[in-house]
Design a protein around this ligand. Structure first.
Ligand code: FAD
Length: 145
């Protein structure tokens, strides 16, 4: 089955609470399971970085819904490519928050040394999520309280 991977960055208009993150993840995981989508959602400092992977049409349709969601703005498509393998096949939508997004791993990849830098550096963003994924324990992670 053909697969595609999409990476985007966005900004939350205001800080997002654990409860609001949980709500986003609950809907995302429910929809993604039905749509054959897997991926990773990162959140830190009002910035989201998300990977969606799955059948190309499902990935695009999910992204079209996402861009209409007022819970984030300044959405930047960083990467869309066809791929042979999923990076996050264990997760209907994994989550990485401040506990997982350590200064070391951010500094290693981000050209500006902070999480914000990924929004303008597609290759760095992809390298970051590729390294971060296997470091997280497998299964759908809930956001830290
Ligand atoms: P409905 O639930 O019918 O909502 C209608 C509209 O309102 C849509 O434009 C929707 O985006 C928006 N909306 C829904 N709830 C809220 C709210 N609480 N506040 C403001 N606007 C709202 N969905 C996925 O399927 N997969 C994902 O991986 C995924 N990841 C997400 C990551 C982020 C950072 C965010 C903010 C949202 C994510 N979503 C994801 C949710 C997605 O944007 C849609 O809300 C969801 O897919 C339901 O789509 P719907 O058309 O059925 O919308």
């Amino acid at each position: 089955m053909p697969l595609a991977r999409l990476v985007y960055a966005s900004l939350a208009p205001a800080p997002v609470s654990s409860r609001d993150l949980m709500e986003i993840l609950e809907v995302a995981r429910f929809r993604n399971r039905k749509d054959g989508i897997t991926g990773l959602l990162c959140y830190a400092n009002r910035r989201f970085l998300q990977v969606l992977e799955g059948p190309p049409e499902a990935v695009c349709e999910t992204f079209y819904r996402l861009v209409r969601d007022s819970r984030h703005c300044e959405i930047r498509l960083l990467d869309f490519r066809h791929t042979a393998n999923r990076l996050f096949d264990d997760w209907t939508m994994g989550f990485a928050g401040v506990a997982e997004i350590t200064n070391d791993i951010v500094a290693k990849h981000s050209p500006s040394g902070d999480f914000v830098g990924f929004a303008s550096a597609p290759d760095a963003a992809l390298a970051f999520v590729t390294e971060l994924g296997p470091l997280l324990s497998s299964g759908d992670l809930a956001p830290a309280a």
